[in-house]
Design a protein around this ligand. Structure first.
Ligand SMILES: Cc1cc2nc3c(=O)[nH]c(=O)nc-3n(C[C@H](O)[C@H](O)[C@H](O)COP(=O)(O)OP(=O)(O)OC[C@H]3O[C@@H](n4cnc5c(N)ncnc54)[C@H](O)[C@@H]3O)c2cc1C
Length: 293
């Protein structure tokens, strides 16, 4: 198989910070790739009216985001609408970025993953890798003939539920968004209007999922949220409270890795996100140029 292409700058997240970072790195003629969640949406899409973005009084958040995306598309930046599951150093001194079905490679990375608003469930953290996972396609084969629950806040879990139903005995699909899907597979049970409360373990592995109205016995629980804690995405990333620790130049503690937007701290605002995206991109470009890369 051909070696994957190496990008100069990989931007993770396609909110205002990520779009600004991608645009500014592309203006500086770097080879950029942009990863967004499955539907490339941002928190700003939920704003009915934005009054504090310079020059655009009263614009809806959705219109503004659409214009940001259109601007970035003018630069032919590949936009991969997949969630990055893990970022790791590879043996060539580059970054590997794992998505569901492949690995991409880049010389620098800019994290613009927003703020995770959903808390983790009771029992979740202690059972990660012991039945709790965030990518069914990656870990699915371990659950052949077993029962799993998919807790889906984003609709990304729909495809995963169908995939798991192909070889699991039973799949509970816990719908946490507003558009419950219809499944043709008889072994998928749709649970809606419920609230996950706790993941239970026995002998160190997952044994059940407690919901507010019932408890289901399961061997695995896969959770699809808008954002993960950044330290789960990048092992070794230094945090300050809930935020990624950055310098004024938006550098993280990992050389070649930058961060921008809500994930670096308050105020959670558009103008700050766009500005930080630009600073991160320009410093990623400077890092590449100084290293002669
Ligand atoms: C209802 C509402 C109204 C608001 N109104 C205003 C306003 O009027 N004015 C204002 O200034 N601000 C407003 N804000 C705040 C503003 O929306 C945020 O500050 C801004 O969107 C932050 O941009 P960001 O790019 O840092 O993060 P986000 O917009 O949160 O974008 C993060 C992106 O990263 C993606 N992502 C996360 N993890 C991964 C991963 N592992 N792989 C790939 N992609 C990933 C997400 O899917 C998302 O696309 C509002 C927010 C809300 C919720």
């Amino acid at each position: 198989m051909a070696e994957p292409e190496v990008y100069d700058v990989a931007v993770i997240g396609c909110g205002p910070a990520g779009l600004s970072a991608a645009l500014n790195a592309a203006v500086r003629r770097k080879k950029v790739v942009l990863f967004g969640g499955e539907f490339c949406v941002s928190k700003i899409n939920r704003s009915p009216q934005v009054d504090n973005f310079l020059g655009r009084p009263g614009v809806t958040g959705e219109a503004l985001h659409r214009e940001f995306v259109a601007h970035v598309r003018e630069f032919d930046i590949p936009m991969i609408n997949k969630r990055v599951i893990n970022v790791f150093p590879d043996e060539d001194g580059l970054f590997g970025l794992a998505i569901k079905d492949r690995i991409h490679r880049a010389r620098t990375v800019i994290l613009t993953v927003g703020m995770a608003v959903t808390r983790t469930l009771e029992g979740e953290e202690g059972l990660i890798g012991r039945g709790v996972g965030y990518c069914a396609t990656c870990d699915g084969p371990l659950f052949q003939g077993k029962t799993v629950a998919i807790i889906d806040y984003t609709r990304e879990g729909i495809e995963e539920a169908v995939y798991m139903a192909g070889f699991c005995a039973r799949v509970y699909y816990v719908c946490m968004h507003t558009e419950p899907p219809r499944f043709e597979q008889e072994n998928i049970e749709l649970l809606k209007g419920v609230k996950p409360v706790r993941i239970l373990g026995a002998d160190g592995t997952v044994s059940a999922l407690a919901l507010d109205q019932q408890t289901v016995e399961v061997d695995g629980v896969f959770i699809f949220r808008e954002a993960f804690p950044p330290q789960d995405l990048v092992p070794g990333l230094e945090l300050e409270g809930n935020h990624i620790k950055v310098s004024r130049g938006m550098e993280t503690n990992i050389p070649g890795m930058f961060a921008a937007g809500d994930c670096t701290g308050k105020p959670y605002q558009l103008g700050k996100s766009v500005g930080e995206g630009q600073v991160a991109a320009l410093n990623a470009v400077a890092y590449l140029d100084s290293a002669g890369k």
